[in-house]
Design a protein around this ligand. Structure first.
Ligand code: ADP
Ligand code: ZN
Ligand code: ZN
Length: 765
């Protein structure tokens, strides 16, 4: 007799383990690990997932008392190795087991069943899954020059230069690609053919028009590749960090490393941030591996994603390229897992299961016996520290540096403008004289400029306009946020608050220099746009890109195209413009305010500022012309800013690491954050208090552990719900997930109040 351990899909902390069911004989072939089944649970039918099977009856229960599996609803979506990682995720991220299963399921699968009538079997309700679009687009005339305003056609032609692509992918990465392809087809520039995938391993047919491969690799590339190959052959979950500046050829290294894995009969999972999952990126993988690539992109339809996922499951493609969730694709034998731009915050999932893709990938690589490759121009402090140590969680971590671009590159000149000095000299404009002059130069020469307005610092704080000082909590060394309604300054780590005596009376004195000009800080993109239009001659296009102007689907791409097509233009935007932007004509990058993030009550603020500035600086002068970067700041001396000026990461790293070690922050500790939300402020308060008290009892005198709070979240109210949080710090090797999971499960449930446990939290607002 066969038995299956099933986790019912009922997302509650009360359900912490699987339940055993009997597998009826006729279901034995289908009821395997990873299958979705229907079982009876507490006298009702529920959907569940098989995490293990066994020939032994469950201990202590007579076999005939074990209930049977009612029905198999979906074939296996994951294997035994994945099941091990799923159990680990549930523990590590303190989430219900079924929530750790869900990311591994087929795209579009839902937790709902239906049937036509009483007599027919149940079926899973799926999101609409249309048939796969088998049309491929191939470029016939690589020399074709679209007219200037046909920017979509240009984007399509550019993407296809790397090699043929599926029409569905083009449409996902370039909105409106369908129309452009039809126009190009009429002119004979592209050809659209319907092809079925080659069945039975006859090989691929598409990589003929491939993008040129570099004649030889640079020394840095050769060395990195050798270390990755060795790690893959060791098959023990070793990690290699490719630390290479933008354009140093990291992607080229990935492509070669994957080729080697394929030659050995293994596959590869490649994760890129959603925003860099562009037609160009997809094109490079397609050109090298043709039809052997599945692309998992959130902008593909559910049906498309399902079909791509299913190709992987059937073992018909061996390279998976996608955003965070590609990690869970059912690839039987990956030799490599690659995470590009590993420092990106988007690799941390902000809903349950609140996993970090880098850490799950490390666990998965260890379980499957493959190598993990991380790539970045600005690696996370976690990755750097683990490489410095040489190991983490029992696996080897190695950093390989690629400091140069293949052709040799001219780094842009970075100038810092001290805005406090500007203020003291009487400057009140958003644009300092140096930035204004640089803009005028760009306009005279008919070039393009990008202006970044840092808006992530939505949290208001008071800042001295003369010296840049911001009042900080004496206990937590985080900036105090200013609350207009109560005229108070508040610390969101420990919950203490202070009244602002006379604000906005200008007699409020700066704690550092005594200046009377303390003011709430922050300007909007709208105001920058208005001032810019007054500053520049009428012919210059000003394009604004922020949350307001990109609300509509495809608007982001449309604005970029408009900028691309313009003769002379200035693009103003929030951090969404920092990435994936590659226009050779941009000769000036201006950062209006480098500081809002620096003073956020978040210990990663400086790291994020450094990453962002380094990224935007990399956008200037990618073509033949040398670029210029101007950074306006109230903290000109801050290491994060000085490091960008000096083109030297150490300038930022050394003081930052020292500070983190001193204050006990990651990567020298772990940090968990539990957020309590609900409509009733009283209930939220009670739950948060109970949780904190419980945590304090368990943590007790344990060395290196600390419970902070409860305190109001920085976003203290969202959608009429009150939010409070409790933070826990512990040593790097400690079982934070286990402890938070236990304590959260013990808190008495109150209707309308929810608990969100975030282990290794990134966003503590
Ligand atoms: P990254 O991923 O680090 O930004 P890419 O792999 O995209 O870098 O490489 C940047 C550019 O340099 C690409 O156009 C690529 O084709 C080219 N390139 C990469 N490696 C070499 C090489 N060894 N020789 C010449 N060109 C190269
Ligand atoms: Zn001051
Ligand atoms: Zn504090």
């Amino acid at each position: 007799m066969r038995f299956a351990s099933v986790i019912p899909d009922i997302p509650t902390r009360a359900l912490r383990d699987t339940f055993d069911y009997l597998v009826p004989e006729e279901m034995e072939a289908a009821c395997v690990v990873g299958a979705t089944v229907l079982v009876s649970f507490s006298h009702r039918n529920v959907v569940g997932y098989v995490l293990a099977t066994s020939d032994e009856p469950p201990a202590g229960v007579p076999a005939e008392k074990v209930q049977p599996v009612a029905q198999v609803l979906a074939p296996s979506a994951f294997d035994e190795h994945a099941a091990v990682v799923i159990r680990w995720m549930a523990h590590e991220y303190a989430c219900p087991l079924c929530e750790a299963v869900r990311p591994w399921l087929a795209p579009g699968q839902r937790v709902k069943v239906t049937r036509t009538d009483e007599a027919s079997p149940w079926e899973l309700v799926r999101e609409q899954a249309g048939p796969m679009d088998a049309r491929w687009v191939e470029l016939l005339d690589p020399g074709f020059e679209p007219v200037r305003n046909a920017s979509r056609q240009r984007a399509v032609v550019q993407a296809l230069l790397a090699g043929p692509q599926r029409l569905a992918e083009l449409s996902a990465t370039i909105p409106g690609a369908g129309t452009a392809v039809r126009a190009l087809q009429k002119r004979g520039v592209v050809e659209v053919t319907s092809r079925r995938l080659v069945r039975g391993g006859e090989g691929t047919t598409l990589s003929s028009a491939a993008a040129p491969r570099p004649e030889s690799l640079t020394r840095g590339q050769t060395e990195a590749l050798a270390v990755i190959d060795a790690a893959r052959r060791r098959a023990d979950g070793s990690v290699v960090l490719v630390d290479g500046v933008t354009g140093s050829g990291k992607t080229e290294v990935y492509l070669d490393a994957i080729e080697h894995a394929l030659a050995e009969g293994r596959g590869a999972l490649v994760l890129v941030p959603e925003i860099s999952l562009t037609a160009q990126t997809v094109g490079r993988f397609r050109s090298r591996f043709g039809e052997d690539v599945a692309v998992l992109h959130s902008r593909l339809s559910t049906g498309e994603r399902y079909d791509q996922w299913d190709l992987v499951r059937q073992g018909r493609v061996h390279v998976v390229v996608g955003a965070r969730s590609a990690l869970f694709a059912p690839l039987a034998d990956p030799g490599l897992i690659i995470i590009d731009e590993e420092h990106e915050g988007s690799y941390k999932q902000d809903q349950a299961p609140r996993y970090h893709a880098r850490d799950v990938a490390a666990r998965l690589a260890a379980e499957r016996g493959c190598a993990l490759v991380l790539g970045s121009a600005t690696p996370s402090l976690e990755a750097l520290e683990r490489c410095r140590e040489g190991s983490w969680r029992g696996r080897t971590w190695t950093r390989m540096s690629m400091p140069e671009r293949p052709g040799g590159a001219v780094l842009p000149k970075v100038t810092v403008v001290d805005m406090a000095q500007q203020f003291r000299d009487g400057g009140r404009s958003v644009f300092s004289p140096p930035l204004r002059q640089a803009l005028e130069g760009v306009v005279e020469r008919g070039e393009k400029a990008v202006l970044l307005l840092n808006r992530r610092g939505f949290a208001n704080f008071l800042m001295c306009r003369e010296c840049g000082a911001v009042p900080e909590c004496p206990h937590c060394s985080t900036a105090l946020t200013y609350h207009e309604r109560t005229h108070s300054l508040m610390c969101h780590s420990c919950g203490r608050s202070w009244p602002v005596r006379a604000y906005p009376d200008p007699s409020t004195a700066c704690p550092v220099c005594g200046s009377r000009y303390m003011a709430a800080y922050g300007v909007g993109t709208q105001r920058v746009e208005d001032e810019l239009r007054m500053l520049l001659p009428a012919g210059v296009e000003v394009i604004r890109m922020d949350a307001d102007t990109t609300r509509q689907k495809g608007a982001h791409q449309r604005l970029l195209e408009q900028f691309d097509a313009a003769e002379c233009a200035v693009l103003v935007g929030t951090q969404m413009i920092a990435k994936g932007l590659d226009f050779p004509e941009v000769t000036l990058v201006g950062v209006i305010n480098a500081d809002t993030m620096l003073k956020l009550p978040d210990f990663r603020a400086a790291e994020r500022t450094y990453d962002l500035l380094e990224q935007v600086a990399g956008r200037a002068g990618r073509g033949e012309k040398v670029g210029q970067v101007i950074v306006q700041t109230y903290w000109a001396a801050h290491p994060a800013i000085q490091a960008v000026v000096a083109h030297d990461r150490q300038v930022f790293l050394e003081p930052e690491l020292a500070e983190r070690r001193e204050a006990g922050y990651p990567p020298f500790s772990r940090l968990g954050n539990v957020t309590v939300t609900g409509r009733s402020a009283t209930a939220v308060r009670e739950v948060a208090d109970e949780l904190a008290a419980g945590l304090r009892v368990v943590v007790g005198e344990r060395a290196g552990w600390e419970v902070l709070g409860p305190a109001d979240c920085v976003k203290a109210r969202v959608k009429d719900r009150t939010r409070r949080h409790v933070m826990v710090k512990c040593p790097v090797g400690a079982d934070l997930g286990g402890l938070l999971g236990d304590c959260a499960a013990r808190v008495k449930a109150r209707p309308g109040v929810s608990l969100a446990v975030d282990v290794d939290a990134h966003d503590m607002m």
